[in-house]
Design a protein around this ligand. Structure first.
Ligand code: GLC
Ligand code: MG
Length: 528
């Protein structure tokens, strides 16, 4: 298997609303991203994944698309997009865009046609069903954003399915015309030069043909969002989805060296099926296990081993710590352990995805009630599902709006923005930004890190240590998950020297058979 860019490289996720505003409306845009490309080159990432920028009523901030082949004026224009791709490529950066196949916006012309009449040629492009015999919804499925997954259409007297908001009707992927139309969307962007797609909720796009009721979730404790009350037995991860994905893959393979990433929240055994038969599914089924893992060295050691063991022959791993839907890593484990997490992410085997703002350690941001934006938070206000705290603007400098915009941004900045920003942290060798950059550059240069094998050396409650090996070359990583100093016997590292410490300093220090850590410290060692 050749080591193409998406294997050795690092992906950086940008939520376009929150990266850089260029026109003073308080919302980030594509021109803003273009202006910050040099920063990404400096940082040392290889590819950018852009969350949606398509025309949209923004009910779900762009994940409700009303035209798959254009750019929302809020974010720019196709010309701005082309400029961004052109300049990114000139600087050696790849561009991955978000593809949202499960649902459109209810303002999409396809849905407007579909709901206009039962006889409309596009009626079957969406999932319309008669009421149950009692007049209620066709089955018991819940929406991911609270409440039932079916909405009633008065005019045509049927229900339509929406796995998310009522404003996000689900497409019918069993209909060949839908598949053909969506394949043309992929080709539209591939021809414009995009290097790949991150495919939104790809495991949901095919539903049970008979729309059977979902069974109760045996693990439900009576709390939490509606969606977890039932097991998603019939509403997601259907066997037929794999053929649909293989077809998508063939479209992407009409072009050279392009990438398909799938957003899939499933247990490992079911997740790895998304590599597809003979690896003809998505190249990278997003591996989200670190998002939920208990922050304990032994637990994480087990999880990595289990994942490595479950990978099909030839399948390439990948790792994610944060994204726009989940709490940021520093919000979850605190700012000291966020460094451990960064070292972990950037030294495991497989493609890392780094979420914008994690490199400056943005933690939890309180969102005052009157500034809540997330539709999920608004629909299920009592269950703590709000995603706004993970979507706050990138902080570039100590200026009034952190260099993000010239006016109050759409979501608040962090209270510590005067010090937690790129300009202040980039020259501080002990900052998480400096650490992230060192790791990214080191990873890129060193074969053990960007393609070597992974082997566990030791995992206790507090210490996780592993080695990465490529031919004769070796790197060791040892992480202290505890906020006390620790030491650990590691015979294999004898004679190695410290290359990077999570807390700066120690570079060049030789280690014996016992490795000493400061509190919350991780070290990367290279063999003599
Ligand atoms: C995915 C996206 C999320 C969005 C949802 C519906 O989970 O990551 O942000 O709300 O799909 O499109
Ligand atoms: Mg703007």
């Amino acid at each position: 298997m050749p080591h193409s860019w998406w294997r050795t490289g690092t992906v950086y996720q940008i939520y376009p609303r929150s990266f850089q505003d260029s026109d003073g409306d308080g919302v980030g845009d594509l021109e803003g991203v273009r202006r910050r490309l040099d920063y990404l080159v400096w940082l040392g990432v290889d590819a950018i994944w852009l969350s949606p920028f398509y025309p949209s009523p923004m009910q779900d901030f762009g994940y409700d698309v009303s035209d798959y082949c254009d750019v929302d004026p809020l974010f720019g224009s196709l010309a701005r997009f082309d400029a961004l791709v052109g300049e990114a490529h000139a600087k050696g950066l790849k561009i991955i865009i978000d593809f949202v196949p499960n649902h459109t916006s209810n303002a999409h012309p396809w849905f407007l046609a579909s709901k206009s009449a039962r006889s409309d040629p596009k009626r079957d492009w969406y999932l319309w069903r008669d009421p149950a015999p009692n007049g209620g919804p066709p089955n018991n499925w819940f929406s991911h954003f609270g409440g039932g997954a079916w909405s009633w259409d008065e005019q045509t007297q049927q229900y339509y399915l929406h796995s998310f908001l009522p404003e996000q009707p689900d497409l019918n992927w069993r209909n060949p015309q839908v598949r053909a139309a969506m394949h043309d969307v992929l080709r539209f962007w591939l021809r414009r030069g995009v290097d790949g797609f991150r495919v939104d909720v790809i495991s949901h796009i095919v539903k049970d043909a008979a729309f059977r009721d979902n069974p109760a979730n045996p693990g439900w404790t009576g709390e939490g969002p509606d969606i977890i009350r039932l097991a998603q037995t019939y509403s997601s991860d259907q066997p037929e989805v794999h053929d649909v994905i293989a077809e998508m893959r063939r479209v992407v393979d009409e072009f050279d060296d392009r990438l398909l990433i799938g957003e899939i929240y499933l247990p490992i055994e079911r997740l790895v099926a998304y590599y597809g038969k003979e690896l003809q599914g998505v190249h990278l089924p997003f591996n989200f296990q670190l998002l939920d893992a208990r922050w304990n060295a032994a637990e994480i050691g087990r999880l990595i081993e289990k994942y490595e063991a479950a990978l099909p022959q030839g399948a390439w791993p990948n790792w994610v710590l944060s994204n726009h839907d989940r709490p940021r890593i520093a919000a979850r484990v605190g700012s000291a352990q966020a460094r451990i997490a960064t070292m972990l992410l950037l030294t495991l085997r497989g493609t890392p995805t780094l979420y914008y703002g994690d490199e400056i350690g943005i933690g939890h941001v309180d969102i005052p009630a009157d500034r809540i934006q997330d539709p999920w938070a608004k629909r299920e206000p009592d269950v703590g599902v709000g995603r706004d705290p993970s979507r706050t603007p990138m902080q570039w400098d100590a200026g009034q709006f952190a260099g993000f915009s010239t006016r109050e941004p759409w979501l608040p900045l962090t209270p510590d923005r005067e010090t937690r920003n790129v300009a202040t942290m980039r020259d501080d060798d002990s900052s998480i930004l400096a650490l992230t950059r060192k790791l990214l550059h080191y990873r890129r240069e060193r074969a053990p890190l960007n393609k070597g094998e992974w082997r566990l050396l030791c995992s206790s409650d507090d210490i996780l240590a592993y080695e990465r090996v490529s031919g004769e070359e070796r790197a060791f990583v040892a992480l202290n998950f505890c906020s006390e100093p620790r030491s650990c016997a590691l015979p294999t590292t004898a004679g190695a020297t410290i290359t990077i410490s999570t807390h700066g300093g120690r570079c060049g220090e030789a280690v014996g058979t016992v490795l000493c850590f400061r509190r919350d410290e991780g070290v990367l060692l290279s063999s003599p």
